[in-house]
Design a protein around this ligand. Structure first.
Ligand code: ZN
Length: 408
């Protein structure tokens, strides 16, 4: 073989090819971490998930653009949220394309994604940050997650799902961190022309399923083939398959380790098929995802996040460079939650509640209760509240903290 032809084949093999899904998550995990994981867990005492409770995930988008085309529209970004809310609720229009033999396994994960309406200090936001960058493209090395490196720093991963949108090198469509990865890296990265379902998108990846897939990783799911030949994804109801599927196979598609004549579940969101061919998570995947939100689970803190609720904006905006009076590492214990009778609010790490306002709002923003903190330990009788979800606000303006509480 002539040398130039040989080099061409080598380069082709290294670069991958257009038209195939390339997810960088496995490569990222193996190259970036020695699995010396840090805990993302909040110090705030929390509660367990309620049966089939809809879990809300506030989302912040960090759009890093080098040219106008990469600076995608708000409408394109919001179309991604719509896709996520359909796919994680089994409300996707193409759910009907799930083969009948697999339909009994399909699940409504009962997770809702909402655009962040307040930042970590309670200031109003539209949940979309835009920054020009001199980086023409990014490798899967987290540079987009660092303001110093020409990206944008993560928001608190105990309360927000960070989604970075940028131009990824090497045909990667996206990659994700997994539960337990370092907090300042936590989130997903999506190629700008594979995000959402409107705008100038790659034809095979134009229905927002790249983010559905990467958030699956962020929520603890593995690729359906277990990332090895006839591997194990740890999910009981996804059939074993020899490897990933590209493009759009026709059903049934058998592989060497198919357990029965149904073959591969290539339409699962955690395979590599085109956007138009993916349409389900299974009950096993749902259970795995929801286990992360249980008490002591790595994503449990999201049960407290109120970043999507407009009531947190009620204090108005504060200067962008103001320093919060309550340091972000301060933790408050709020228990029990759900509440039967008394609610206890205890400050840890020496932070005094004395003199701070304690307010409780309902979800329409009406003030239900107000008092002033008396000491480090506050016990509030809430037996007068009707059953439901409320927001507990401690402090005012830039120093406030907001928690979601449930009255039984
Ligand atoms: Zn993947």
């Amino acid at each position: 073989m002539r040398l130039s032809l040989f080099i061409f084949f080598i380069l082709f093999a290294l670069s991958g090819s257009f038209g195939q899904r390339v997810c960088g998550t496995l490569k990222y995990e193996t190259s970036m971490f020695n699995k010396e994981f840090h805990s993302n867990q909040s110090n705030t005492q929390s509660r367990d998930t309620l049966p089939d409770e809809i879990i809300s995930i506030p989302v912040v988008f960090h759009v890093l653009y080098n040219n106008a085309i990469q600076n995608i529209s708000d409408a394109q970004i919001l179309s991604q949220l719509q896709v996520l809310n359909e796919d994680y609720s089994r409300l996707n229009a193409d759910a009907s394309n799930t083969p009948n033999v697999f339909k009994p396994f399909a699940a409504d994960v009962r997770i809702k994604f909402c655009i962040a309406r307040a930042d970590a200090l309670g200031r109003p936001t539209n949940g979309i940050i835009r920054k020009h960058t001199n980086n023409v493209s990014y490798n899967i090395d987290d540079a987009m997650k660092s303001s110093v490196a020409g990206g944008d720093d993560a928001w608190d991963c105990n309360s927000y799902l960070n989604i970075w949108v940028c131009n990824l090198a090497g045909h990667n469509l996206g990659y994700a961190t997994q539960p337990g990865d370092p907090a300042d890296k936590d989130g997903i990265v999506i190629q700008f022309d594979a995000l959402g379902k409107i705008g100038n998108l790659q034809p095979d990846f134009n229905k927002g399923r790249t983010a559905t897939h990467e958030i699956g990783h962020w929520l603890g799911l593995k690729h359906i083939w277990g990332d090895s030949d006839c591997g194990n994804d740890g999910i009981y109801d996804t059939p074993q398959q020899s490897s990933y599927n590209n493009n759009c196979p026709s059903f049934p598609h058998m592989s060497s380790c198919s357990p029965n004549s149904n073959g591969d579940m290539f339409m699962n969101f955690m395979d590599y098929t085109n956007d138009a061919c993916m349409n389900l998570f299974t009950t096993g995947q749902k259970n795995k995802i929801r286990s992360l939100f249980a008490l002591n689970g790595p994503r449990n803190s999201f049960l407290n996040s109120s970043a999507c609720d407009s009531v947190t904006e009620s204090a108005g905006s504060v200067p962008a460079n103001s320093t919060p009076a309550i340091p972000s590492e301060v933790s408050l214990s709020i228990y029990p939650n759900p509440i039967d009778h008394d609610l206890n609010i205890v400050a840890l790490n020496g932070y005094e509640l004395k003199g701070k306002s304690i307010s409780i709002y309902n979800l329409t923003g009406s003030l239900i209760y107000k008092s002033t903190g008396l000491a480090a330990v506050n016990k509030i009788n809430l037996s007068f509240l009707t059953s439901g979800v409320y927001l507990l606000k401690i402090g005012n303006n830039a120093e406030k903290k907001v928690f979601k509480i449930i009255k039984l």
